[in-house]
Design a protein around this ligand. Structure first.
Ligand SMILES: [Zn+2]
Length: 166
């Protein structure tokens, strides 16, 4: 996909504002979505390492750097309303996991894209502020999940394609 079409698509679907949960800016739904709808497209410059914050993993050794309208404000929740699905160009889409109402905050789980945390990763050191009833209190990467959790995510196809092979 071209960056310009990614941005146009995302701006039609979400708006950007400060989170109520105290972790900075985030996206909110501009209209209702049905489960299975694509809510946002991800896109960005490809790099070969995880950054302190904001990089998104797309293969064992590839990451991308999203900007404001291409994934920078994709926030984590332990009870997300979206999941990650790899596009044919390798970047992830945010897809509605359930019906989403206009005005809802768009969230996914970082373990749907991140295999593990580098020593620098901010997410590794902070406690989770998602506010979900079943919050893990920590933001986990895919490798930190139990085998049972990993298998459920694989079976339901809620994670980046490359994670199926890990
Ligand atoms: Zn949480």
């Amino acid at each position: 996909m071209k960056e310009s079409s990614v941005i146009l698509f995302n701006q039609k679907n979400v708006y950007c504002a400060k989170s109520q949960k105290g972790y900075g800016r985030t996206h909110f739904a501009k209209h209702n979505f049905q489960a299975g709808n694509i809510v946002m497209h991800g896109f960005g410059k490809i790099i070969n390492h995880q950054t302190k914050h904001l990089s998104i993993q797309i293969s064992p050794k590839k990451y991308f750097l999203p900007t404001k309208w291409t994934g920078k404000y994709w926030n984590h929740s332990c009870e997300p309303n979206c999941f990650a699905r790899t596009r044919s160009d390798g970047f992830p889409d945010m897809v509605a996991l359930r019906n989403i109402k206009k005005g809802e905050e768009i969230t996914y789980s970082y373990f749907m894209t991140e295999h593990s945390w580098s020593a620098l990763a901010v997410e590794k050191k902070i406690s989770c502020l998602c506010g979900a009833k079943k919050c893990c209190k920590r933001i986990l990467s895919f490798s930190q999940l139990s085998e049972k959790q990993k298998n459920i995510l694989k079976k339901r196809n809620l994670i980046s394609l490359y994670l199926h092979k890990t």
